[in-house]
Design a protein around this ligand. Structure first.
Ligand code: PMP
Length: 351
C-alpha cells in the first residue's frame, strides 16, 4: 500500500489542527480569531441571498470582489488575486513561482504551514533562523525562488521595520510574498511595496481583522504578471458564491473592521501591561496576539493550569526556539480579565 503514495507525502506527519473545542463557557485564546462580530452588512447580505443562485457556479474570476479590493488598495483588478483563505494563496505561490529544483525561504520560527507546502510540492526548504530576540538578519549569499516574509511575524507578534523589508525585496532575486495576515493590527505595513516592485506580492486575510475566519477568504496584491500566473493555475471556482458576497460587503465596511481592531489593540495594551506587572516577559505585539515568556512558572505549567480552568492558549512545546513562550490571542476585555485573574490565581497557588 505505502508505495501507492508519493514518498514525500508518506513522510509527512499529517495535519494537526489547532484545538477547536466546543465547550460551553470556554475562553478560547489559541487560534488568533477575532472575538467581535463582523460587519452588520454580512448579516444583511446573508438574509437577502436567493438560494436559487446556489444552483449555478459562482463567478470564477471574482470580479466584483476583486474590484472592492482593488479600490481599497488603489490598484487595478489585474493586481488582485483572491483565494480560499490566504493558505490557498500561499500554496499557489509555490506552484506558480518555484521550479521542481527550486527552493522556498521563510523565517524560523514562523507560520508552520510554509514548510508543509514546500514538502507537498517537493521543493527545497531554506529556513532563515531568527536571532535570540526573534530579529531578522539575512545570511550572506542567500537565494531562493520564493521567500515568505511574514510581517508582523507569527507566532512572535513582532514587526520587522519597513525600511528593512524594502531593502531586502530590492536586493532579492526571487519572488517575495509578504504575508500580512496581521498587518491591520500593526503600526505600519508594506502594501505599497507590492505595487512598486515587480517581484513583490502582499497577502492579506479576512480571517483576523474582519472577523471572518469561517468564510475562508484571503487575497494578494501585486504585479499583474505574477497575479496572472496565479490565475492560470487556480481551481476553476476556488472562491464560492457566498464567500465572494460576504467578503465584498465586509471590505466595503472599513469602519466596522477598524472599530474592532481598535478595541483589540486597546485590550492588547491592557493585557501586556498586566502581564509585565506579573513579571512576565512580553514583546511589543503588532498583531492580535501576545508572545509571552512566563518567567518563574514556565510556559508548559501555565498552559496546563489554564487548560484545567477551560482557558486555552497556544503552546509550541515541541520546538527548542519556542518552548518557553505562550501565544495568547487577544479576546474581548471580559475574556482577558478572566484570563488575567486565572493566571494570577495560578501564580499565587490559589488554584
Ligand atoms: N499567514 C499567517 C502568518 C497566519 O498566521 C495565518 C493564519 N493562521 C494565515 C496566513 C492563514 O490565514 P487564512 O485563514 O486566510 O488561511
Amino acid at each position: 500500500m505505502k508505495n501507492l503514495i508519493r514518498k514525500s507525502v508518506r513522510a509527512m506527519s499529517g495535519y494537526v489542527p489547532g484545538e477547536q473545542p466546543k465547550i460551553a463557557g470556554i475562553v478560547k485564546l489559541n487560534t488568533n480569531e477575532n472575538p467581535y462580530l463582523p460587519s452588520p452588512d454580512v448579516q444583511d447580505i446573508l438574509s437577502m441571498v436567493d438560494v436559487a443562485v446556489l444552483s449555478r457556479y459562482p463567478d470564477p474570476v471574482c470580479i466584483e470582489l476583486r474590484k472592492a479590493i482593488a479600490e481599497l488598495h488603489g490598484c487595478e483588478i489585474e493586481n488582485v488575486f483572491v483565494g480560499n483563505g490566504s493558505d490557498e494563496v500561499l500554496a499557489l505561490c509555490i506552484r506558480a513561482f518555484v521550479e521542481r529544483d527550486g527552493s522556498v525561504g521563510y523565517f524560523d520560527p514562523s507560520y508552520s504551514l510554509y514548510p508543509v507546502l514546500a514538502d507537498i510540492e517537493d521543493v527545497e526548504k531554506k529556513p532563515v533562523p531568527l536571532d535570540a530576540r526573534f530579529g531578522w538578519q539575512m545570511p550572506d549569499d542567500y537565494s531562493a525562488a520564493l521567500f515568505f516574509l511574514t510581517n508582523p511575524n507569527a507566532p512572535t507578534s513582532f514587526g520587522f521595520g519597513r525600511a528593512h523589508v524594502e531593502s531586502f525585496v530590492k536586493s532579492f532575486g526571487g519572488v517575495v510574498l509578504i504575508d500580512e495576515a496581521y498587518a491591520d493590527f500593526a503600526d505600519e505595513n508594506c502594501m505599497d511595496l507590492a505595487l512598486e516592485n515587480e517581484n513583490v506580492l502582499v497577502a492579506r486575510t479576512l480571517s483576523k481583522a474582519y472577523s471572518l475566519a469561517g468564510i475562508r477568504l484571503g487575497y494578494c496584491v501585486g504585479n499583474a504578471e505574477l497575479i496572472g500566473a496565479m490565475h492560470k493555475i487556480k481551481d476553476s471556482y476556488n472562491v464560492n458564491y457566498l464567500t465572494q458576497e460576504i467578503a465584498r460587503v465586509a471590505i466595503l465596511d472599513q469602519d466596522t473592521m477598524k472599530a474592532n481592531v481598535s478595541a483589540i489593540v486597546a485590550t492588547r495594551k491592557m493585557v501586556a501591561e498586566k502581564l509585565a506587572e506579573l513579571g512576565f516577559q512580553v514583546g511589543n505585539s503588532q498583531t492580535n496576539f501576545l508572545w509571552v515568556k512566563p518567567l518563574g512558572i514556565g510556559a508548559k505549567s501555565l498552559f496546563e493550569a489554564l487548560r484545567k480552568k477551560n482557558i486555552i492558549v497556544r503552546y509550541f512545546g515541541n520546538d527548542e526556539r519556542t518552548k518557553d513562550y505562550l501565544r495568547i490571542t487577544v479576546g474581548t476585555a471580559p475574556e482577558m480579565l478572566k484570563f488575567l485573574d486565572a493566571t494570577e490565581a495560578i501564580l499565587n497557588g490559589v488554584d
